[in-house]
Ligand binder design. Structure first.
Ligand SMILES: Nc1nc2c(ncn2[C@@H]2O[C@H](COP(=O)(O)OP(=O)(O)O)[C@@H](O)[C@H]2O)c(=O)[nH]1
Ligand SMILES: [Mg+2]
Length: 175
């Protein structure tokens, strides 16, 4: 049975691009985010990693998260647009996960290519960890990776793909 990882986060923060980047980095095949495999309302990619099958999936709207998250998920990967930080929608998705018994979380600090300032990235990461604290999950323990899903999508074999390799590795050992 595959481990289900639900990709959560605010609209336009890069969830579907991240899923396409995972496919590009691990599947060796470029797929535009608009063409990423869509099953019902769910965007999805499966990959084998370390002898296990993982499915990463997201939904187009918060209502879809409310309707579809059911506690069979192994964990959740929160995508944050590092220019914007955690928005109410991200908090809402974390809440939906917690209500359904999900306790494993990871953070992908996306759009690093647009920030170019480590202090700003750190502030944004800190604010994101605080949201977890406020929702009852110890934020300091949540693994986080900085990167650009967009760059990884286009240049999967270069260093740009390392953020994707790193987040999937962390999920595989921590979830
Ligand atoms: N510059 C930049 N743009 C990105 C990155 N990731 C996603 N985007 C763009 O952000 C927009 C929203 O991405 P999308 O994956 O559709 O977000 P979703 O609504 O969370 O699924 C798209 O125009 C993407 O091309 C990134 O790492 N850097
Ligand atoms: Mg999307």
């Amino acid at each position: 049975m595959s481990k289900k990882i639900v990709v959560i986060g605010a609209f336009e923060h890069g969830k579907t691009t991240l899923i396409a980047a995972i496919k590009s980095v691990f599947g060796g095949e470029f797929t535009h985010p608009m063409d990423i495999e869509k099953i019902d309302s769910r965007y999805s990619v499966k990959l084998n990693y370390g002898g296990e099958e993982f499915e990463f999936f997201d939904f187009p709207s918060t209502e879809d998260y409310e309707e579809n998250i059911d506690g069979t998920e192994t964990g959740a990967l929160l995508v944050i647009d590092s220019c914007e930080g955690p928005l109410g929608e991200a908090r809402k998705h974390i809440g939906i996960c917690i209500e359904n018994g999900i306790r494993n979380f990871a953070i992908f600090m996306n759009k690093k290519d647009l920030v170019d300032d480590d202090d700003l990235m750190e502030t944004c990461e800190y604010e994101t960890r605080e949201v977890f604290d406020e929702e009852g999950i110890f934020g300091d323990d949540v693994p986080a990776v900085w990167g650009s899903a967009e760059e990884a999508l286009w240049k999967p074999e270069s260093m740009c793909g390392d953020c994707i390799r790193e987040i999937v590795y962390k999920i595989s050992i921590e979830f």
